[in-house]
Design a protein around this ligand. Sequence first.
Ligand SMILES: Nc1ncnc2c1ncn2[C@@H]1O[C@H](COP(=O)(O)OP(=O)(O)OP(=O)(O)O)[C@@H](O)[C@H]1O
Ligand SMILES: O=C(O)c1ccc[n+]([C@@H]2O[C@H](COP(=O)([O-])O)[C@@H](O)[C@H]2O)c1
Length: 200
Amino acid sequence: MRRVGLFGGSFNPPHRAHLALARLACDVLALDELRWLPAGQPWQKPVGELAAPEHRLAMVQALAQGEPRFVVDNRELCRQGPSYTLDTVRELSAEQPGTEWVLLIGQDQYARLASWHGWRELLASVTLAVAGREGQAVQAPPTLAGVPHRCEVLPLPQMDISATDIRARVAAGLPISPLVGDAVARYIDQHSLYRAPPGH
Ligand SMILES: Nc1ncnc2c1ncn2[C@@H]1O[C@H](COP(=O)(O)OP(=O)(O)OP(=O)(O)O)[C@@H](O)[C@H]1O
Ligand SMILES: O=C(O)c1ccc[n+]([C@@H]2O[C@H](COP(=O)([O-])O)[C@@H](O)[C@H]2O)c1
């Protein structure tokens, strides 16, 4: 059976921890393909400083280029309304029956999974692959106690990188290439993204 990784995010902007997580998942989980899925409306994120869909798509393409197993999928950017992962999994399952779907998330999202739209059906439809984040080891949250689900742990070394911090650094005029790579840093600079201080 084909095993395909699904990696959704606001990617505002995408950064090196995302890339490390995606590469690690491909190798450790022997994925046939990994699909990057930038979210159109990440409905649980505070609105405001979200770069336009075309910018986030271009940055993901820049970060993900050159890896044969990576596919950048823009379906959530094209869809109206809140981006629900369950909608995407349903669509993909209809397009590619007989595929095992592996959903990549960080521990921060695992902890909140029971707040996602249709989370019980989602958990029945995918295998989770979870990476620890900011010192938080992978741990099933109490809200999922007693809920059967498949979960693999991704042994990602701790990477203290967040898109929030990167946006703050851009606004403060600090360098970000080590955090996002040269191509994404150049894109952000050329399109004057994230220059206003957060909250403005
Ligand atoms: N440093 C990291 N280590 C492990 N997982 C991460 C890391 N950064 C992001 N992720 C995971 O990648 C996915 C997409 O993340 P997202 O695009 O929201 O980036 P972010 O850095 O968390 O953004 P923001 O700071 O704006 O909240 C989420 O599942 C998140 O948990
Ligand atoms: O489906 C949902 O209800 C849902 C709720 C919260 C987050 N998600 C997805 O989880 C991924 C990471 O989200 P975020 O907010 O950390 O960028 C992204 O693909 C979101 O669409 C999905």
